[in-house]
Ligand binder design. Structure first.
Ligand code: GLY
Length: 345
C-alpha cells in the first residue's frame, strides 16, 4: 500500500504561501451566507459515521462499519478498525511494520475511549505485540488504571496471551541499519510518521474512539507521543463529540489538543471550526507559531464531522451508510481574520 507522507520534520512551513482561512475553504457554503470568506458548513451524516486520519484510515473505517453492522457494539467496532491498520505491515507508522526507535526495536503507543461511562485505556512504548489498541482496551476493562507502559504493559499483555510479533520487520531493520550508518556520518535524515486516530458515532448517539501509532521514527527509546495520552491524541465526551490527532505528538500533548477541540465544540463550534480554533490556539502559544505539524479530526454528537491541519492540511477518511471516502482538510499557516481571530481562541 502506498502511503502518502507528510514531510513534517526539517520542512519549513514558513516557506509555504500564507493561506488564510478563507483561502483554505474558498467556496461559499451552500447553507451559508454566500459572503466572501465564509466557510462551508460542516457536512453531517446519519450515524453510524466513522472518521479517521490519513488515507490508510479508509480500510479501517470500512472494517469499523463492517464489525458494527455484524451486530457488535461501537467499542468493538473502533477497536477492530484500528486493528486493521495495525495489522498492515506495509504501514510504517502504525503497528509492528512501523519505523523502530533508535535502538532498532518498534515501540507502539495506543489508546481507546468509550463515550458511555467515560472510560479509557492506554499503553505506551510496547515492544513485540501486534495489537496495542487491544491491550489498551484490556487495561480499560480489567484494571483500575488508565495507562500501562513499557515492560509492565508487555507483562500484562503476555499474561493475557496477546499475539506477539517481530521486534521490527526485515525492511524496517535494513532502513534502520542505513540510518545508523548515516547517523555516524552525521548525515541521517529524520523520517516521517503518521498515526491512526479513529472516531465513531453510533445510531444510538454514543461516541467511541481509538488511536494507534509506532510514533516518531528512530525516537529515543521510551519516548511517548500524544497518541496514548487521553486528551492529547484522543478525547471522547459522550455529551459533545470526539477528536483525534496526528502529527508531531510533542506539539499536540503540550496543549491537550484533542481535549481542546472537544471543548471548542462544547462552546458551539462545528467540528472544523473547533479543529481550526485549536490550531490557532497552539500557534498563538508556540514559539514556532504555525511552523508545526499538527492535524485534528473531529466528530460531534449530531454526526457533523471535520478536520484541519497546519500547513496545507492533511487527508482524512470518512465512512457512513452512503459512502466511504478520503477528503482533504483545510490547512492554516497564519492567524485568521474574522470571528476565529477573536478572544474565543
Ligand atoms: N502523533 C504520534 C506521535 O507523535 O507519536
Amino acid at each position: 500500500m502506498k502511503i502518502p507522507r507528510r514531510a513534517f520534520l526539517g520542512s519549513s512551513l514558513a516557506a509555504m504561501s500564507a493561506a488564510p482561512l478563507a483561502a483554505a475553504n474558498p467556496k461559499p457554503g451552500k447553507g451559508g451566507s454566500g459572503k466572501r470568506g465564509r466557510r462551508e458548513p460542516d457536512p453531517s451524516s446519519r450515524p453510524p459515521v466513522v472518521i479517521s486520519t490519513w488515507p490508510f484510515g479508509k480500510p479501517a473505517n470500512d472494517r469499523t462499519l463492517e464489525v458494527f453492522r455484524s451486530g457488535k457494539g461501537g467499542l468493538d467496532a473502533v477497536e477492530q478498525g484500528v486493528r486493521q491498520a495495525e495489522a498492515d505491515l506495509s504501514n510504517p507508522s502504525v503497528g509492528l511494520g512501523g519505523i523502530p526507535a533508535a535502538h532498532g526495536i518498534v515501540q507502539l503507543d495506543a489508546c481507546i475511549m468509550s463515550g458511555p461511562g467515560h472510560r479509557a485505556g492506554s499503553v505506551a512504548a510496547v515492544e513485540g505485540f501486534k495489537h496495542p489498541v487491544s491491550i489498551a482496551r484490556r487495561v480499560m476493562e480489567e484494571t483500575r488504571h488508565v495507562m500501562l507502559v513499557g515492560e509492565g504493559a508487555q507483562r500484562f499483555a503476555r499474561d493475557r496471551k496477546f499475539e506477539e510479533g517481530p521486534a521490527v520487520t526485515p525492511g524496517q531493520k535494513a532502513a534502520w541499519e542505513a540510518w545508523k550508518k548515516a547517523q555516524e556520518a552525521e548525515k541521517a535524515k529524520v523520517p516521517n510518521h503518521d498515526t491512526i486516530a479513529l472516531l465513531m458515532l453510533t445510531p444510538s448517539g454514543d461516541l467511541f474512539g481509538a488511536c494507534s501509532t509506532s510514533g516518531w521514527g528512530y525516537k529515543i527509546p521510551g519516548r511517548v507521543g500524544d497518541s496514548p495520552i487521553i486528551g492529547g491524541g484522543l478525547y471522547v465526551d459522550n455529551t459533545v463529540g470526539a477528536a483525534g490527532a496526528t502529527g508531531i505528538g510533542e506539539n499536540v500533548m503540550r496543549y491537550c489538543g484533542s481535549f481542546l477541540v472537544v471543548e471548542f465544540m462544547r462552546q458551539g463550534m462545528s467540528p472544523t471550526e473547533a479543529c481550526l480554533a485549536t490550531l490557532h490556539r497552539i500557534a498563538s502559544l508556540d514559539p514556532k507559531g504555525y511552523d508545526l505539524s499538527v492535524n485534528f479530526i473531529a466528530l460531534d454528537k449530531r454526526g457533523r464531522y471535520g478536520a484541519a491541519g497546519t500547513g496545507q492540511g492533511f487527508q482524512y477518511a470518512v465512512a457512513c451508510d452512503d459512502f466511504s471516502k478520503v477528503l482533504q482538510s483545510p490547512g492554516v499557516t497564519q492567524k485568521p481574520v474574522g470571528p476565529l481571530g477573536g478572544n474565543r481562541l
